[in-house]
Write a protein that binds this ligand. Structure first.
Ligand code: GLU
Length: 277
């Protein structure tokens, strides 16, 4: 196995559970002999992240017997990086402000002439493009009014400009990127000047990640990440999406299920070598 630089990138929005333990072990193992295993705290969502969850991440991973290189990258310390990447796309005419609320979007989709199920993307219904054609004056008027807005990517222009893209997936082989299935994705959220897609792609490049490992629930997101790599001329890592661990009832582990947390297993005296394997 080649030496790789991998990372585990949890969000401190709850306690880690056995599914995370599996994912962290997977990333650490994939680094291989002589490789590097890094840790990243994905805390752009300032309302849901809590310091005690972050502290628990370190305690839990150490208890599992994992060690990672320092420094740990904490996304909330890099909002300037995300903002300047957004400003760059904005200068290139690839972003537009979207003032829609969730309810506006649902109403628009329900009222659309064609069947809404035809416009389902990996993250739910594809944005119908309501704010795509607002004039500069109208955009400014709403901004001046203080209406909150997200920043969306002009997907067609971005994808056409980038041309055909592929990535190498260790689990599924060579993949053709089709980011268009997402429609105009949000890259700057209303509540935080970044988005999962933007932050994760930039950070993987900054941290020099050569192999991105994560659960297969995030497989589709890689289409968008591959496009962002092309837009920002970033190196393209390989990917390994692993199966998702399920609990005894066959359900995905949930951060809300306190009995399944690593902390609870530790307190019960479970052998850490048996957790997440
Ligand atoms: N922060 C994401 C999570 O908690 C993982 C991001 C990634 O590995 O790309 O599920």
């Amino acid at each position: 196995m080649a030496a790789e630089t991998t990372r585990f990138a949890p969000s401190p929005t709850g306690f880690l559970h056995a599914g995370h333990a599996f994912s962290a072990r997977f990333a650490a193992e994939k680094a291989g002999v002589g490789g590097r295993f890094l840790l990243r705290i994905e805390d752009i969502d300032r309302t849901r992240c809590r310091p005690e969850f972050e502290t628990a991440i370190f305690t839990d991973l150490a208890w599992l017997g994992l060690s990672w290189e320092t420094p740990v990258r904490r996304q909330s310390e890099h909002f300037d990086t995300y903002k300047s990447a957004l400003a760059d796309l904005e200068r290139r005419g690839l972003l537009y402000p979207c003032f829609c609320t969730r309810a506006d979007i649902q109403r628009e989709i329900a009222g659309a002439a064609s069947a809404p199920h035809l416009h389902m993307g990996p993250e739910g219904p594809v944005y119908p493009g309501t704010c795509r054609h607002l004039s500069k004056a109208e955009q400014q008027r709403r901004k001046d009014e203080g209406t909150p807005y997200a920043l969306r990517l002009r997907m067609d222009e971005a994808a056409n400009g980038a041309g055909p893209l592929t990535w190498r997936d260790q689990t599924r082989g060579e993949q053709k990127a089709t980011p268009e299935i997402f429609g105009d994705v949000v890259l700057g959220r209303k509540d935080t000047p970044a988005s999962y897609h933007l932050a994760v792609t930039l950070d993987d490049a900054v941290q020099g990640i050569t192999l991105v490992t994560r659960g297969e629930d995030l497989f589709a997101a890689t289409h968008v990440h591959r496009l962002l790599q092309a837009l920002f001329a970033l190196p393209v890592p390989a990917y390994a999406h692993h199966r998702l661990r399920v609990d005894r009832e066959g359900k995905k582990f949930s951060k809300r299920d306190n009995a399944a947390t690593i902390q609870a297993l530790r307190e019960k005296g479970v052998d850490p070598r048996r957790v997440g394997v």
